[in-house]
Ligand binder design. Sequence first.
Ligand code: GSH
Length: 203
Amino acid sequence: MVTIYGSPKSSSGRCFWCLEEAQVPYDAKSINFKEKQHKSEDFLKINPNGKVPVLTDGEFTVWESMAINHYLAETHKPELLGTTVQNKALVQQWTLWALAELQPPIIDVFIQLVFVPEDRRDLKAIEKATAKLPSLLETLNAALLNKTHLVGDAFSLADLHVFSVASLCRDIKFDTSSYKNMNAWMLKILERPAYKNYQKLCN
Ligand SMILES: N[C@@H](CCC(=O)N[C@@H](CS)C(=O)NCC(=O)O)C(=O)O
């Protein structure tokens, strides 16, 4: 039995979404941050980083949200990884781009706006991170010209991972109205039954 540790409302969310896409039966265990459950001896045995998400499958344990999704796809819905050698590489390309390029500036702003009280915010850090977003979002927007999916002609982990980061633009109130292809792609993804199931878990 697969068990996912974490909340659908955190960076674990993309794993809950992937579980729904791959139609994997699972057990969810929430971790109480206030009680420092993620730093407990028991939890550190499954993730020495003291972070969620973590997935266990029998005796097997994996952490890092995008690696968890790779495992779920391999074991339950391999087409999410791309169906040709080239498309598999492109799914990796967009996954790593989401994690290494797009996520850091968005998270920098997110932390300031969501967790830091207004009078203690680092405005320079917000400005610096925000300035990186237009060229990143333009890259994404250009890749989606006349396309409904980032890789090939089917939904893949490239879409799931990039969407899970790009959608945070709404939380940081970054205006994305000029990125028309990206917005059309996002609207289609919002209609996915698996995405809707995952959203229900967040309510
Ligand atoms: N790169 C990791 C990030 C995991 C992460 O930062 N998780 C946060 C929750 S959103 C956490 O557990 N934070 C607890 C801590 O840092 O002490 C992933 O994608 O899985």
